[in-house]
Design a protein around this ligand. Structure first.
Ligand code: AMP
Ligand code: MG
Length: 345
């Protein structure tokens, strides 16, 4: 398959290109597009054949459900059974935005899209190009992240091309992605709303609106052997090719331990906060961003993991970051990228 790549500026959306992208979806094709979280790989959410194509293009296990993207609130009730008062509150507070909510699905949503489940994950993105594209595509776009299954999610179009060139009909290059980590997922079907995947919309932000919010206990516990509730969180994920390890503990001890480990390994790269760059003189270092700026670290993380792949890095040692606010999402992805390898010092 030939893949057409087009550049669309979110501040000056090219209507004819968006229309072309929408037509591809309506006729059963696939289009990768930018959102505020990461690039998505879109197909018609109401067409079972399109969903099958998405799984095939990504090499994704077919029991790992897709998120359905909408561009206006009115469309939510067409695809879900019941929107509770609690769900309304969260929607008022955070939609459009980087938050995915899980509801019981209507019959119109095929099981191919939901990985066989009776529930459906729905998101209303705020990215102008994503919104225009979803509208042009008929209003319901199923989209996982636009990477090959198991690789870090793409935050630049060049990484989408690397993974999906020849596997999709079109790639919309929207430039850099603002957030850089996948959406927060909250299950609104459980008695107390439950975070299944942490993201930019943090537990603290949700608690302000909802009062009580639980977190799937498996997602931050590095040693948990329980099954996560979001099927996708079970798989090896977000992972670089290199072996990766996280060092956690007192600042001084962490730096000393990382230097000691890195010293014996010439193909090692260190991921650290900008404040520590000077501490690792003579070593290969990637700057994740300031320790005080979780948003900066979030937006750099996947790019750094991809760069390590490109550079053939065989061993990555990362500092541990704050797990407050968006830090919960950063640490969740980092721990998964490291295959749960954490050393406390
Ligand atoms: P991705 O689109 O690649 O970010 O992956 C979507 C994530 O949403 C995966 O982890 C899925 O398992 C999760 N997900 C989608 N639909 C549901 C659902 N109905 N119930 C629980 N998790 C879901
Ligand atoms: Mg993904």
């Amino acid at each position: 398959m030939d893949t057409k790549t087009v550049r669309i500026d979110e501040n000056k959306i090219d209507a004819s290109l968006i229309k072309e992208a929408g037509e591809i979806i309506k006729s059963g094709g696939l289009v990768a597009f930018p959102t505020e979280t990461v690039y998505g790989l879109g197909g018609d959410a109401l067409n079972p054949e399109s969903s099958k194509k998405i799984y095939a293009a990504k090499g994704r296990p077919s029991d790992n459900p897709l998120i359905v993207h909408i561009y206006r609130i009115e469309d939510l009730e067409k695809i879900v059974k019941n929107v509770s008062d609690e769900a309304r509150k969260v929607i008022d507070a955070f939609w459009p935005g980087p938050l995915t909510l899980i509801f019981e699905k209507n019959d119109i949503v095929p099981k191919e899209t939901t990985g066989g489940l009776d529930t459906v994950a729905v998101r209303f993105p705020i990215h102008p190009t994503a919104a225009a594209f979803i509208e042009a595509a008929g209003g319901f776009v199923a989209a996982p992240s636009a990477n090959l299954s198991g690789k870090p999610s793409p935050t630049l179009a060049k990484y989408v091309c690397e993974d999906l060139n020849g596997r999709v009909d079109m790639i919309i290059d929207g430039g850099n992605i603002p957030i850089g980590l996948e959406s927060t997922i909250v299950d609104m079907t459980s008695e107390i709303p439950m975070i299944l995947r942490p993201g930019f919309v943090s537990k603290e932000m949700l608690e302000e609106v909802l009062g009580r919010v639980e977190t799937d206990p498996t997602i931050l516990d590095a040693s948990s052997t329980q099954r996560p509730k979001a099927p996708g969180m079970r798989y090896r994920h977000y992972a670089p090719k290199a072996d990766m390890e996280i060092i956690r503990g007192e600042e001084k001890n962490v730096i000393a331990a990382i230097k000691e480990k890195a010293a014996g390994n010439p193909s090692c790269t260190i991921i650290c906060v900008s404040e520590h760059i000077g501490d690792y003189e003579g070593f290969k270092v990637k700057n994740a961003g300031s320790a005080d700026d979780g948003n900066e670290i979030a937006s750099n993380l996947y790019k750094i993991l991809r760069e390590c792949d490109d550079e053939g890095v065989e061993y990555i040692i990362s500092e541990s970051f704050s797990d407050k606010g968006i830090g919960a999402a950063i640490m969740n992805r980092l721990i998964k990228a490291a295959g749960h390898k954490i050393t406390q010092v």
